[in-house]
Write a protein that binds this ligand. Sequence first.
Ligand code: NAI
Ligand code: MG
Length: 333
Amino acid sequence: MHKVTLIPGDGIGPEITQVVIEVFDKLKAPISWEMVDAGAKAIKKYGTPLPEVVLESIKRNKVALKGPITTPVGEGFRSVNVTLREKLNLYANLRPVKSLPGINNKFEKIDLVIIRENTECLYKGIEYSIDESTSCAVRVITRAASEKIAKYAFDYARRHDRKKVTAVHKANIQKLTDGLFLQSIRNISNNYPEVEYEEKIVDNMSMQLVLNPEKYDVIVCPNLYGDILSDLAAGLIGGLGLAPGANIGDEIAVFEAVHGSAPDIAGKGIANPIALLRSSVMLLEYLEEYQLAKKLEFAIEKAVEDKNILTPDLKGKGTTESLKNKIISMLDL
Ligand code: NAI
Ligand code: MG
């Protein structure tokens, strides 16, 4: 039995984590959940969005599944998501972007992985105002973190038999920070002669992804570019409702969807649970429950063939419930 920390989160978080609980139940996955609150519920209960009990639980269990957490814009507390990644040194944010059959007709064969550096860049949150009309942010890039993410990306490519790694940067403008990032990735790339290596400037990369996403394999980037490109790439396969992710450290992993708390649809029963379910497939793989992972992945692929039960983000007329039921009914095929 694996003990896994479960954070329901804000907005649509509780609705979609509930789906995972039910699906895992039906799968008879050998997992016992330890439920802890972060975000809005934690503020009510403990006066802070990220109470110590959450960190303790994750450190103890080493594995967590997390719903999205709302972050106030322009004021208020620092992002719980960013703080978690930093405090637990979850240095790699792994975001596979894979087409689901029949969902997006334009691109049927997207199968890329964005590997986003997860601890530094602008997410250090170092900002200051000089006066009322001028504010600055400090962008931190270190050789240690850049080499670590490079090594993770190339090892990932080797382990998963992927052919190419593309490093994304803006070293033409950010000569010192992105320059250091790029130099670090190049250094590490030399140790992996069997993996093709290329570099793309982030603006061009955005266009290339929109035009030719099927050409890309593993993409490694600093924190901010990875954040932006992963939402862009999610759009290419049919939206954020389909894009999973994992925050990986040397000993701890926290699985979560790419999307946020989606306040515009929260409580309406129409959130797409697939992004979090695909994150749960990754969780099962991490726990070496490969058969269960395959079963769930297959059930998701089969379920989306029935267009009637799809949620509105996939242009369907269904609900979270109808999609969940269909996936459950496909588990035994
Ligand atoms: P969002 O990702 O929550 O939503 C963007 C759009 O995608 C919305 O129209 C939403 O309805 C749709 N969408 C997202 N997930 C969906 C799903 N599962 N099914 C159907 N539609 C879905 O981004 P937004 O609105 O910019 O941010 C909302 C809040 O989430 C903010 O407070 C933000 O800071 C937070 N956030 C948290 C993250 C996390 O916990 N890791 C990640 C990203 C944002
Ligand atoms: Mg994001």
